[in-house]
Design a protein around this ligand. Structure first.
Ligand code: ADP
Length: 157
């Protein structure tokens, strides 16, 4: 049976840390769906279509990666997509506490769904989307925190 994982997030924007988790995940899974959830309380910084386009560009030529968005419970999206695995990255102890709660709620809702965590590479531990947005807001150069295929200026506010 094909091992399909969903890597869910806001990816606002998609960073080097996210890319690394996906590429490492390809060693474990046959297919990974990078999926932007739109049902959270988080207000978007970059428009959904821009974020989707960026992620598609990063993985262009990689047939085992799909990029999608969803507006439902993550567990329901996984079911529809035929994915039995959720992929998440862990940076810090704070991530762990947050992720544990979400993973346990998801598992309680859908017993067949397993959550797989990958520890962030040390050089990516400090990278997060909030920091990237802050750098951009104050006119800094955030390009070193995102994959080379992403041109942040494309969506300058
Ligand atoms: P969410 O809104 O679900 O927190 P994010 O886009 O912030 O979405 O993150 C999606 C996933 O990527 C989460 O599992 C998060 O832990 C992971 N992640 C975020 N930044 C990094 C990073 N620098 N290195 C590895 N994983 C990361």
């Amino acid at each position: 049976m094909e091992k399909i994982a969903v890597f869910p997030g806001s990816f606002d924007p998609f960073t080097l840390g996210h890319e690394s988790i996906v590429r490492r995940g390809l060693q474990i899974f046959d297919k990974i769906i990078v999926a932007i959830g739109t049902n959270t309380d988080k207000a978007d910084y970059f428009p959904l279509e821009t974020r989707l386009g960026w992620i598609r560009k990063v993985f262009a030529g990689e047939p085992r990666i799909e990029v999608a968005s969803y507006n439902s419970l993550t567990v329901d999206f996984c079911k529809k997509a035929g994915a039995r695995f959720l992929l998440r990255g862990l940076r810090t102890a704070a991530d762990f506490e947050y992720e544990r709660a979400i993973a346990q709620v998801n598992h309680a809702m859908e017993k067949d769904l397993e959550v797989v965590f990958l520890l962030t590479l040390p050089e990516h531990t400090f990278i997060n989307s909030t920091l990237v947005r802050e750098v951009i807001k104050y006119g800094g150069d955030a390009s070193k925190f995102v994959p080379a295929a992403i041109d942040l200026k494309e969506a300058e506010k």
